[in-house]
Write a protein that binds this ligand. Structure first.
Ligand code: PLP
Length: 452
């Protein structure tokens, strides 16, 4: 077989990677992944790594389930591709739309299919603005998002996202997007206690609405728990206050469930965990457990009825909206999630994962350990107790820690100087023990290096 070095050379020569420093990649080479099985992946040198990130927060059922490959094979043998434009449809799209309507919160009975979370959020922008046009309020155009949010990498998704580094590349955001602070107590809570800070952060939304003029505000978009921004778990006071503000000003609530959907927080959707009633709900990732690319926007009766009654044609869609093979993969994934009680299993294992993860908070490098459901973060700090003193070169220690983690056979992600996990929902008690042991060894290795 081809050596790792040879694969890396060919990769660096021709392959431009997402979210990767291409210069560094050329110098160091990529990890080459060759296999996946349950919560584990295998690289080209034969190392087995515990996939603490479920790929990119998506492999709910674990890697390597044959049933999905078989379902996709069956579908492709019957109908490998057809579109859903111009009053055309097919059974896999019908079955999946119906199933999603049953699984999602009861007022979300419609879905617009996309190929990814980014496309779902692009669709959100156009749907929100079209909705208000149809309602005779075309001035309602501005969508409020949060600094540091991640909503994808298309022009629309990256504009809705609040990552300044992304805005800096390509002249973003597009017009009509505004930002408010995130409820990031550890990093930005100052002297306030978490509950008071949660209320403060939520009321920033009201202030922004007033500042722009409520008649101009179309929607607020947020993830129930911000994922790529660093697993920012909002204080308990945050969401109830946000809900009231959205109602008071009659703006649509868009809950981006691309990460939190399909059991990540121990219920089918994060909206159920936080008692939210989204008008639109972008989904992707766990919908197919990442086996094939598919996403969608779940649409409430309120919005769908307006499109149906007043709409005419919605000039929007993707060649792969409702792709039959991707729908087949999603349907089989949902069958596994339901029949094997995977969401309930996630809820069952969550307290044990929390116990082991939160115990890492006693490590000298860890300023805060936090977790909800199967999403966790460790904030690395140079000294304790401290929320205000950070490492000089932001991100350097996080990256070092991430590299030690890989060497220790655990995939964790570094966000600035915090370490993130979001393991497959099928993780067992033994694998949680493995994860915790490897994470602690990783922290020790990192501290060791810092002290040398
Ligand atoms: N929204 C959220 C909350 C995400 O975390 C992501 C991806 O990580 C996206 C949207 C974009 O999804 P995709 O990468 O499938 O385009």
């Amino acid at each position: 077989p081809e050596t790792t070095a040879a694969l890396q050379r060919r990769d660096a020569a021709h392959h431009i990677h997402p979210f990767t420093d291409t210069g560094a990649l050329n110098a160091e080479g990529s990890r080459v992944i060759v296999g996946g099985d349950g919560c584990w992946i295998t690289d080209s040198d034969g190392n087995r790594l515990l996939d603490g990130m479920s790929g990119l927060w998506c492999v709910q059922i674990g890697h390597g389930r044959r049933e999905i490959a078989d379902a996709v094979h069956r579908q492709m043998s019957d109908l490998s591709y057809y579109n859903t434009f111009f009053k055309t449809t097919h059974k896999p799209a019908i079955d999946l739309a119906e199933k999603l309507a049953r699984i999602a919160p009861s007022h979300l009975n419609h879905v617009f299919f996309t190929g990814s979370g980014s496309e779902s959020n692009d669709t959100v922008i156009r749907m929100v603005r079209t909705y208000w046009d149809l309602k005779g309020k075309p001035e309602k155009k501005t969508i409020i998002s949060r600094w540091n949010a991640y909503h994808g990498s298309t022009i629309g998704g990256a504009s809705l996202g609040g990552m300044r580094a992304m805005h800096g590349q390509g002249g973003l955001p597009i017009p009509g997007i505004a930002f408010v602070p995130q409820p990031y107590w550890f990093g930005e809570g100052g002297e306030l206690d978490p509950d008071a800070f949660g209320v403060w952060a939520a009321r920033e939304l009201a202030h922004a609405i007033e500042a722009h003029g409520p008649e101009k505000i179309a929607a607020f978009i947020a993830e129930p728990i911000q994922g790529a921004g660093g697993v920012i778990i909002p204080p308990e006071t945050y969401w109830p206050e946000i809900k009231q503000i959205c109602d008071r000003y009659d703006i649509l609530l868009v809950v981006d469930e691309v990460i939190t959907g399909f059991g990540r927080l121990g219920k089918w959707f994060g909206s159920e965990v936080f008692g939210l009633k989204p008008d639109l709900m972008p989904i992707a990732k766990g919908l197919s457990s990442g086996y094939l690319p598919i996403g969608g926007v779940m649409v409430s009766d309120r919005v769908a009825d307006t499109f149906i009654e007043e709409g005419g044609e919605f000039f929007h869609g993707f060649t792969y909206s409702g792709h039959p093979a991707c729908c087949a993969a999603a349907l089989e994934n949902l069958r596994i999630l339901e029949e094997e009680g995977v969401v309930e299993r996630a809820a069952d294992i969550a307290p044990y994962l929390a116990e082991r993860w939160l115990a890492l908070g006693d490590h000298p490098l860890v300023g805060e350990a936090r977790i909800k459901g199967l999403m966790g973060a460790l904030e690395l700090v140079p000294a304790k107790p401290s929320r205000s003193i950070r490492f000089d070169n932001e991100g350097e220690v996080g990256t070092m820690c991430r590299d030690f983690s890989l060497r220790n056979g655990l995939v964790m992600r570094a966000v600035r100087d915090s370490m993130i996990i979001a393991p497959p929902l099928v993780i067992t008690r033994e694998e949680v023990d493995e994860l915790a042991t490897r994470a602690r060894k990783t922290l020790d290795d990192t501290l060791d290096k810092l002290q040398r």
